[in-house]
Every structure is written in C-alpha cells, then in structure tokens.
Design a protein around this ligand. Structure first.
Ligand code: NDP
Length: 335
C-alpha cells in the first residue's frame, strides 16, 4: 500500500520535500471494518491550511501520518454488514491506495451510484466542492432571477458547479479565471455569460473596466475563492445590499498577505459578507447533492477534471493546484 505522509511542515511556500512516499502492508480487518481500494484521491486547497500548525476551524494534519483527503473507491474486503465487496464508496481514505475504514462510524463511508454519475465526480461536482458552491449561492447570495453573480477561480471544482447552479436560477453569471484558455472554456462549456482573464486584466483598474463591461447592471452576488486585489476590484462594482459568500482566499494560502483596499465599501454599499465552512452545514448536503446529481445526469454539468497518475504524483499535482496549474477539479487516479 503506497501512501503519502506529511514529513515536515512548510516554512512559507509548500514544497515537494514536505511530503514523503511510504510503502506499508494493509493490516488484517477486525469486525466492523472494510478495506477500500481507492480509485481516485481528491486534492483540495484546504489541505494547504492543514499542513500548518495554526489555529483554524480544523485540526492540523499530523506530521508523520498519511495525508488526509477525500477518496472514492471500491470495497475489496468487508467485515461489516453494511458494505459488500464491489460496493462503490466515497469516504475520507487519505493519500493512499488502500484504506481500512471503520464502517460502524456514522458518515465514515457512503455508497454511491455510478449509473449516471462518473465515480470521480463524487469528489467534485457531486461532492464537497459542489455542495460548497450550492451553499454559498443558495444560502448566502440567495439570488433572484436576473441578478448578476460573479465567481473567482471560475473554472475550478467549486466555480464550475457554481455556474451551473446559478444559470439554473436565471442569473447572469460572470467568471474570473487565469488565462485565455480557461476563460474560453468557461463560456463555451460551462455556460458562463462572460469570463474575465485576471492575468490579462492584471490590476484593479483594468479589472474594474472589464467588470463594468461584463456586468452592466452591477454585481448582486459575489462568490469569493481567491481574495486580495481581485476581491477589491469586485467590491467596487457591487450593488447596494450585495452579498458576498466568502468561501476561500487561495491567493493567501502560501503566506502572501491579503490586505483589503476599500473596507468602507462594506458600509457605503451595505454589503453582507459571510464566511462559511461547508462541512459545518451537513443539513443541506442531501438537497444540494440531489440537485447537483440531476445537473450531471442531465448533461448540464460536465466539468473537466485534471487527472494526475499514481499516488507518487500527488504532491506535485497538489502544489500545482495552489498555483492554478489544474484545469478543473484536481484528482489523482490511483488504480
Ligand atoms: P480549484 O479547482 O478552483 O483550484 C484552485 C484555483 O484557484 C486554481 O486553479 C487557480 O485558478 C486559482 N488560484 C490559485 N492561486 C491563485 C491566486 N494566487 N490568485 C488567483 N487565483 C488563484 O479549487 P476548488 O474549486 O477546490 O476550491 C476553490 C476555493 O474554494 C478555494 O479557495 C478553496 O479553499 C475554497 N473552498 C472552500 C470551502 C469551504 O467550506 N469554505 C470548501 C471547498 C473549497 P486560476 O488559474 O483561474 O487562477
């Protein structure tokens, strides 16, 4: 069983030598446990925060242990009445090829149906990132038909689901993404009404002008994934009583400062800014996953995936995700 451990904590930017490839045997099962062969591992930006030993909403990733993370796979051995060999499951198996799971723990493992939804999508569009988009849009931005909504990191796992959910509610949906290829894909395949390349419009003034053109009626809702100067530029175009779902600030995850240039706008424009952590809102997951599953099954949401091959490739793929090298949901194919 090949695994990736956190070997040491990053000093500033995360680097490949923070991780270590380890080979172990899988232990024999005891009653209540199942052995899962992980087909795909999810790589997510939140993992960067957990590599630090800092106070946060979640415990830090322990050093010397398997990196934590979401996985989908197949039950290959079972000593639990709840799971049979061959069941396809989603869980939190970590950065490894096989995981032993205590299936008696509620929520430790969930069976999934792959008839209409590809298995790997349970880590993306029909998984945690999809529900994240749903929560921020439905519960925080709460758009009316015809509202203009904007999302940063638009072509990623969360952004792509956000676009489909917002289009389904009759919104004008504008993305912000890095590079012409991602922006073209956003409009052509994710059905964004417009997408602004922040690498081309690389300062507040140019971004402001592009936002004005793409959002002629101003911005009613903003789903923030990035932070920093992009957030400043969007805030300047927000309509009165606009809502900002503060989901992520990836521009600062590797230690860069994220000053806010216009905090007075929150007052002047009477904005609502709400941060949230999707795992603290388990009550919405069934409703959100049903809608996301239907969007995928009916072909309205078919986002791209960036697939790294083999567990040894996980650290490099993860470091790339923090720099925007992924194109769509970043996963690792294990077997
Ligand atoms: P993505 O698939 O969107 O991948 C990350 C993307 O972020 C990159 O592709 C890149 O896109 C963009 N990015 C990276 N660095 C920068 C930078 N310095 N400036 C601008 N953009 C950058 O990831 P996810 O969809 O999984 O996650 C998106 C956000 O949602 C993250 O901030 C994440 O932490 C957050 N999140 C929050 C949750 C919550 O509960 N609050 C749950 C899940 C995710 P590009 O090339 O377009 O710049």
């Amino acid at each position: 069983n090949q695994q990736i451990h956190l070997d040491n904590r990053p000093q500033g930017e995360a680097v490949a030598s923070n991780f270590k490839l380890v080979t172990t045997d899988t232990p024999a099962l005891v009653d209540g446990q199942v052995l899962v062969r992980n087909h795909y591992l999810s790589l997510d930006p939140y993992m960067r925060g957990r590599m630090n030993d800092a106070k946060s909403y979640a415990q830090p990733q322990p050093v010397g242990e398997v990196m934590q993370g979401g996985t989908v796979g197949e039950v290959v051995e079972s000593r639990s009445p709840k799971f049979a060999v061959g069941d396809k499951v989603v869980g939190f198996g970590g950065w490894q090829e096989y995981s032993v799971v205590d299936a008696s723990q509620p929520g430790s493992l969930k069976k999934v149906d792959t008839t209409h939804v590809p298995l790997s999508y349970y880590l993306g569009a029909v998984g945690m990132p999809g529900v994240t988009a749903w929560y921020g849009l439905v519960k925080i931005i709460a758009p009316k038909e015809g509202d203009t909504v904007v999302v940063s990191a638009a072509t990623g796992a969360v952004g792509s689901a956000f676009a489909a959910l917002a289009k389904a509610r009759g919104c004008r949906v504008v993305g912000i993404a890095g590079g012409p290829e991602k922006c073209k894909y956003a409009v052509d395949e994710l059905h964004f009404d417009a997408c602004i390349d922040y690498k081309e419009h690389s300062d507040g003034k140019a971004m402001g002008k592009a936002l004005k053109e793409a959002c002629p009626k101003g911005i009613d809702g903003y789903f923030e994934n990035v932070g920093g100067w992009i957030m400043d530029a969007v805030m300047l175009r927000m309509n009165a009583f606009g809502r900002i779902a503060l989901c992520g600030m990836i521009a600062g995850y590797d230690g860069a400062p994220l000053p806010m240039a216009h905090p007075a706008l929150i007052l002047v424009s009477r904005l609502k800014i709400e941060g949230f952590i999707v795992s603290e809102h388990m009550e919405v997951w069934p409703e959100a996953l049903t809608e996301l599953g239907t969007l995928v099954a009916t072909g309205k949401l078919r986002p791209r995936e960036s697939v790294a091959e083999g567990i040894a490739a996980a650290p490099e793929a993860f470091l790339g995700l923090l720099k925007g090298k992924n194109f769509g949901k970043q996963i690792v194919k294990l077997v």
